[in-house]
Design a protein around this ligand. Structure first.
Ligand SMILES: [Zn+2]
Length: 326
């Protein structure tokens, strides 16, 4: 399908921009002839042109189930069109977000600039200034799956084509892939935040610290900012601000090799990654640094609560996503 090919191109583009998507985060969809093609759980948008990352679900059946708050909407596996599902993959854990938007094309990204606003307690108010001129809605944080679907359904008004998900990310929707791409770029530009410069990593010190250990220095200079930007490290150590942060990095960024954590931020020196860490780990560490370098000391931030974290890490659909490789 030509349109799905266009969506693959947009998906690969968004998926290759670390300021929009990190690892398997973010997802895209297209509704056509009663079917919604949605990114599969655990797959990476950046791979959209080289492997089959889309799963077909029955949109009408899913919408009916959502209307009755059916627990099957937690994973959406019951709505897969098995006759079209050659990959055998499961739909994204965020499929319901896409189903609820009436537009044909939906793009959900973990846009760093958006998250830098969405982690603030005054996000809705501050974004009203930035997003004046857009038809948008702010959705307070809710766990993906049924709780997030409920929060969106409550606040969706006719014409809304931009959602900012509190402590989470951005959704844009349009009736064509081209229009969705234009809208995505416009919103991302509107929410752009100044980024604080970070000191470079101390590469010599990192090499010495890693010698004889299962750790190696992070590949990307921007990842090291998690260790060299004092505010980023403090915020990352103390609290959890969005779902993929806790799912991939755990509660509180580790700061000692003795922790054996997959990612360790050595304060003032740089970030190291354990040899057997999943490929998602470094992009997630970089994302945390990228978000926090767009936050100031005095910004009023709101973190996920202990029960938010518990509901996330003990959610079966998320556990499944974590078993997928990479
Ligand atoms: Zn998301």
């Amino acid at each position: 399908m030509v349109e799905l090919d266009s969506l693959r191109r947009l998906s690969a583009r968004a998926g290759s921009d670390p300021l929009l998507v990190q690892a398997a985060g973010g997802n895209t969809s297209l509704k056509s002839d009663g079917v919604m093609w949605i990114k599969a759980s655990g797959t990476w948008l950046k791979d959209a042109l080289t492997r089959d990352i889309f799963v077909a679900v029955d949109h009408a059946a899913l919408m009916q189930a959502l209307a009755r708050n059916d627990p099957a909407c937690e994973t959406c596996t019951d709505f897969v069109r098995t006759d079209l599902n050659a990959s055998g993959l499961r739909p994204s854990i965020e499929t319901t977000v896409h189903a609820l938007m009436p537009q044909r094309v939906v793009v959900h990204v973990h846009c760093v600039n958006t998250i830098a606003w969405a982690v603030r307690s005054d996000a809705a108010e501050r974004l009203s200034e930035r997003l004046a001129g857009f038809t948008w809605a702010f959705i307070p944080y809710a766990r993906p799956g049924l709780p997030l679907a409920g929060a969106i359904a409550e606040r969706l008004r006719p014409g809304v084509d931009v959602l900012v998900l509190g402590n989470h990310g951005l959704v844009v929707a349009a009736d064509t892939v081209a229009a969705a791409e234009v809208l995505l770029d416009r919103v991302v530009q509107a929410v752009e935040r100044p980024v604080r410069a970070a000191s470079p990593a101390d590469r010599d010190a990192l090499a010495k610290l890693c010698a004889g250990t299962p750790y190696r220095p992070a590949a990307d200079d921007s990842t090291h900012a998690l260790a060299t930007d004092a505010l980023a490290l403090r915020r990352g150590r103390d609290k959890v601000f969005y779902p993929d942060h806790v799912v991939f990095l755990g509660v509180g960024v580790a700061t000692s090799l003795a922790s054996r954590a997959p990612l360790v931020a050595l304060p003032g020196v740089g970030v190291v990654i354990r040899d057997d860490a999943k490929p998602a780990i470094e992009p997630m560490g970089r994302c945390l640094a990228d978000v926090m370098r767009r936050v100031k000391e005095e910004d009023p931030l709101v973190a996920l609560t202990a029960s938010d974290i518990d509901r996330l890490v003990n959610w079966d659909a998320e556990k499944y996503r974590q078993t997928l490789k990479p």
